[in-house]
Design a protein around this ligand. Structure first.
Ligand code: NOJ
Length: 502
C-alpha cells in the first residue's frame, strides 16, 4: 500500500488571529501567514492547519461562523486565501482548514431567519429546557423573545445545528466542496463528537465526554463522516479530515478512524498524560492497539501550553520536559500536531489583565476561570516591542505580549544552537529523514526505573522522567537529544534519539 501523506505528517496549527499581522490592525491575518511560509518550510513541517478565518462576530474567536464560504475582513479576502493556498503548495506545505459543523454563529442567516420564526428546525429550539450546561459555563439554553429556548453547547452566540434535519447535511457537503474546489488538502473538524444529541434531550447527571453520553458521541454522527469521506475520496490528492474528538477511551476514539470515515482523530490522551513513564507507556500502548492511524498532540489553542503544564507539577522543569516530550512524541508511529509558538518554548501567559481578555470562558464563568487567552498571545518574531514584529510599525497586538517574549522571539533564537527553535528544526529534519526508513510499529525495550526506552527499527528513543540520571540504551550513534547528555548518561527531564544498527 502506498503510504498516504498524512500518516506520518507533522501538522502545524496556526491560530490565525495570533500568528502574524500584515494589515497592521493588531490581529493576525492570511497575508501574515503567507509571508511567513518560508519560516514554516524551514521549520520542517508538512502541513498547516488554519483556525477559522470565516466571517464571524468573534463571540468565540471565529468558532462562531456567520458565513461558511467567506473570509472575515479582519483576516483578508477570498483572494488572499487562494494566494495563501497556492504559495503554501509551492512551499511544499499542505493546507487544512477548520470546519465548524456543531454550531453556527447567532449571526448566521439561518439563525437570523430562525429568530424570525423561519426554518427553526435547522437548530434545536424547545419550549422547555433540560439541565445541560454550556461547556463555557452556565445553562446551555437561551430564551428568545417569543418564549422558546435554543440549545448552545458553547456560547449563546453559537446555536447548535439540528443534524436530524437533512438540510444541514446538504449544506455542509456543499461547504466542504466549496473549500475542496479551492484546493484545500483537508479539514480539521471542530467538536467532531458533537452534532447529534440523544432523542428527547434527557437530563444528564454527568456531562463529561464518556461512552453513552446523551450529549456527545452519538452513534448517528458516524453517518455524517461516512458521507464526508465519500466526498473527500472523489477528489484527487488524498484529501483528508481529522476530528477534534474528546473521548474517555481510545476505543471510542477509534470509532471515528475507519477506512470509510475520518483518516485521523486528535489523540488528547497524550496531552492529558502527566510527566510519568507509566502514564506515557499506557497512552502509547492503548493508542497503538486501538487506533489504526495515530496522532499525537501536546498543545493547542484550547489548553494551557505544555511548558507551563509541566512546570506547574515541578517548577523549573517545564522547558526541559516540553522539549523531551516533543522528542518522544516525534519518535512515535503516526502523525504529530504542533501548536504555533511551542517551537519557541512559549509559556502560557498567566498575568493578562482582565480588560484584555476575550475568551468567552472568562466571561461565562464570571471571571472565575482565566480562559484560553493565555495560550493565544501573538507570536514574538523580533526582539523589539511593542509587538515583537507581530504587527507592522508601532501597532499594539490584540493581546499584550509579556516582556519575556523578547528573549523567546524568533530573531533571538535563530542561529543559537541551544535554542528551542533550532532544536525543533533539527528534530523535524531528522524525523523527516528517519520516517522513510523505520517501521510504523514500536517495540518496548527494557527500561530502568523512571525511564522509557523504545525502538522503531534502527531508531531508539529514550526519555527520562525520573529523578536521577540513567544509562543510555545500547547504540551506535547519538542522533539528537533534547538537552545536554552527560557522557553515556541521560539526565532527568531529557530525551534522546539513538541509532542502533542491528
Ligand atoms: C473547539 C475549539 O478548538 C474551541 O476553540 C472552540 O471554543 C470550541 N470547539 C467551540 O467551537
Amino acid at each position: 500500500m502506498d503510504i498516504p501523506w498524512w500518516r506520518d505528517a507533522v501538522v502545524y496549527e496556526i491560530y490565525v488571529r495570533s500568528f502574524a499581522d500584515a494589515s497592521g490592525d493588531g490581529v493576525g491575518d492570511l497575508t501574515g501567514v503567507r509571508r511567513r511560509l518560508p519560516y514554516l518550510r524551514e521549520l520542517g513541517v508538512d502541513a498547516i492547519w488554519l483556525t477559522p478565518f470565516y466571517p464571524s462576530p468573534m463571540a468565540d474567536g471565529g468558532y462562531d461562523v456567520a458565513d461558511y464560504r467567506g473570509v472575515d475582513p479582519l483576516f483578508g479576502t477570498l483572494d488572499d486565501f487562494e494566494s495563501l493556498v497556492t504559495d503554501a503548495h509551492e512551499h511544499g506545505l499542505r493546507v487544512l482548514v477548520d470546519i465548524v459543523p456543531n454550531h453556527s454563529s447567532a449571526e448566521h442567516p439561518w439563525f437570523r431567519a430562525a429568530l424570525r420564526g423561519e426554518g427553526r428546525d435547522r437548530y434545536i429550539f424547545r419550549d422547555t429546557t433540560n439541565n445541560w450546561q454550556s461547556t463555557f459555563g452556565g445553562s446551555a439554553w437561551t430564551q428568545v423573545p417569543d418564549g422558546q429556548y435554543y440549545l448552545h453547547l458553547f456560547a449563546p452566540g453559537q446555536p447548535d445545528f439540528n443534524w436530524r434535519n437533512p438540510e444541514v447535511h446538504a449544506e455542509f457537503l456543499d461547504i466542504l466542496r466549496f473549500w475542496l474546489d479551492r484546493g484545500v488538502d483537508g479539514f480539521r473538524i471542530d467538536v467532531a463528537m458533537g452534532l447529534y444529541k440523544a432523542e428527547g434531550l434527557p437530563d444528564v447527571s454527568d456531562q463529561s465526554f464518556m461512552s453513552d453520553s446523551p450529549v456527545w458521541g452519538r452513534p448517528e454522527v458516524h453517518g455524517v463522516y461516512r458521507d464526508w469521506r465519500r466526498l473527500l475520496d472523489t477528489y484527487p490528492g488524498e484529501r483528508m479530515a481529522v476530528g477534534e474528538v474528546w473521548t474517555d477511551s481510545s476505543e471510542d476514539l477509534a470509532r471515528y478512524v475507519r477506512p470509510d470515515e475520518l483518516q485521523q482523530s486528535f489523540n488528547f490522551a497524550w496531552l492529558q498524560a502527566p510527566w510519568s513513564p507509566t502514564a506515557f507507556k499506557q497512552v502509547i500502548d492503548d493508542t497503538l492497539a486501538t487506533v489504526p492511524f495515530a496522532t499525537w498532540v501536546l498543545s493547542n489553542h484550547d489548553v494551557v501550553r505544555h511548558r507551563t503544564r509541566y512546570d506547574a507539577d515541578d517548577p523549573g522543569t517545564g522547558l526541559a520536559r516540553a522539549r523531551a516530550a516533543l522528542l518522544t512524541m516525534l519518535a512515535l508511529p503516526g502523525s504529530a500536531y504542533l501548536y504555533q509558538g511551542e517551537e519557541l518554548g512559549l509559556p502560557e501567559v498567566t498575568d493578562l489583565p482582565d480588560e484584555a481578555r476575550q475568551d468567552p470562558v472568562f466571561f461565562q464563568s464570571g471571571g472565575a476561570l482565566p480562559g484560553r487567552d493565555g495560550c493565544r498571545v501573538p507570536i514574538p518574531w523580533t526582539v523589539d516591542a511593542p509587538s515583537h514584529g507581530f504587527s507592522p510599525g508601532g501597532v499594539e497586538p490584540w493581546l499584550p505580549q509579556p516582556a519575556t517574549f523578547a528573549e523567546l522571539s524568533v530573531e533571538k533564537q535563530e542561529g543559537d544552537a541551544e535554542s528551542t527553535l533550532e532544536f525543533y528544526r533539527r528534530a523535524l529534519a531528522c524525523r523527516r529523514d528517519l520516517v522513510k526508513r523505520i517501521p510504523y510499529t514500536l517495540e518496548w525495550l527494557e527500561s530502568p526505573e523512571g525511564a522509557l526506552f523504545f525502538s522503531r527499527g534502527s531508531l531508539t528513543c529514550a526519555v527520562n522522567c525520573g529523578l536521577g540520571p540513567v544509562r543510555l540504551p545500547e547504540h551506535d550513534e547519538v542522533l539528537l537529544s533534547s538537552g545536554p547528555l552527560r557522557r553515556d548518561l541521560l539526565p532527568p527531564d531529557t530525551a534522546v534519539w539513538l541509532r542502533r544498527d542491528s
